[in-house]
Design a protein around this ligand. Structure first.
Ligand code: NAD
Length: 308
């Protein structure tokens, strides 16, 4: 079957303006249309969506507009023979800049000065508190698109960059690579531990009590991956017990982060409302990827970013 129609599910509004996204397909050889729930799909339909829905299993191809597709049941897609693609590959600079923003702030204290600015207060931090990222060790866990972009940027700032990855293939700017079973060796000397892995059974609660214990007391956790990669209760306990110094978090076990979460209350925890990929041209980046895959689909080529 050739594709005849691209449907954009309204759930894309979670991260991009749906109308602008549909407009970005003006030059596509097939029409694009914004749709809501309760529709049926067939083998000549492509769907671009944020949320999974059972009806999509009848479509010709489904594109998840997120990089993390952990909410989609890939086994089901494989069983039904429906290709599923995701949007990884486009978040290198956006998400890594959020990681860097947190790291720079935790080192140079922008977040603390801003807190005091709210009270028009010229605040002086303790002499020991500010430091430079230069010469500090960062451990980047998961060296895919976001991890590599983070590593390159940290290297450019003169940091000592190590990483965790399943293969030992070298990565530019990374001086040492640890396999996942050596996570503790990888993180124990790091001033920053940056999580850039997908959420899978293997990465669930990757950082928990034992890891926070293994980490330096002046270390910071940066999570721009997915909330459940960190055991959030264990993180709160580690922060309360001063087992680690702070965190920069873009993702949480429950989003939006509930008002009663203790994480809101720490001076050195920076909370981003899951805005790692937010840019004013995000819809264009995703549309470009989808358009390329429409072309590939029509010419029977392998789809880019196929995950099932
Ligand atoms: P990617 O697929 O390019 O990179 C993921 C990397 O993690 C791959 O190299 C993979 O081999 C590695 N990996 C997987 N399991 C691992 C394990 N157990 N130990 C070590 N490495 C492991 O994806 P990406 O675009 O870099 O995105 C990574 C994740 O970041 C996504 O899955 C998503 O959950 C999250 N993300 C968050 C935001 C945000 O807004 N904060 C935006 C995009 C993506």
């Amino acid at each position: 079957h050739e594709l005849e129609q691209l449907y954009v599910h309204e759930s894309v509004e979670n991260v991009i303006p749906p109308e602008a996204f549909v407009e970005a397909f003006d030059d596509l050889p097939i029409p694009a249309e914004l749709v809501g729930d309760g529709r049926e799909y067939g083998p000549t339909d492509a769907v671009a969506t944020y949320v999974p829905q059972p009806e999509y299993l009848d479509a010709g191809w489904v594109h998840c507009i997120r990089a993390g597709y952990d909410e989609f049941d890939t086994d089901e897609y494989e069983r039904e023979g429906v290709p599923l693609t995701n949007s990884s590959g486009i978040h290198g600079s956006t998400v890594s800049e959020v990681a860097l923003n947190c790291m720079l702030s935790l080192a140079r204290l922008g977040h603390r000065y801003r807190d005091h600015q709210n009270d028009r207060e010229w605040w002086e931090p303790p002499y020991e508190r500010p430091f430079t990222l230069e010469n500090e060790r960062v451990c980047v866990v998961g060296l895919g698109t976001i991890g590599e972009a983070t590593a390159t940027r940290c290297d450019a700032l003169g940091m000592d960059v190590v990483g965790v990855r399943r293969s030992d293939e070298p990565v530019p700017g990374v001086s040492e690579i640890f396999s996942p079973d050596r996570l503790h060796d990888a993180i124990e000397d790091a001033r920053f531990v940056v999580l850039t892995v997908p959420h899978t059974p293997a990465t669930d609660d990757m950082l928990s009590d034992a890891e926070f214990e293994a980490m330096r007391e002046d270390a910071y956790v940066i999570n721009v991956a997915r909330g459940p990669v960190v055991d959030e209760d264990a993180l709160v306990e580690a922060l309360e017990a001063d087992e680690i110094a702070g965190a920069g978090l873009d993702v949480f076990e429950t989003e939006p982060l509930p008002e009663e979460s203790p994480l809101w209350g720490f001076d050195d925890v920076i909370i981003f409302p899951h805005k790692g990929s937010a840019t004013n041209r995000y819809h264009l980046d995703i549309a470009e990827l989808v358009a390329e895959n429409v072309e590939r689909y029509q010419s029977d080529e392998e789809l880019k970013n196929r995950v099932a």
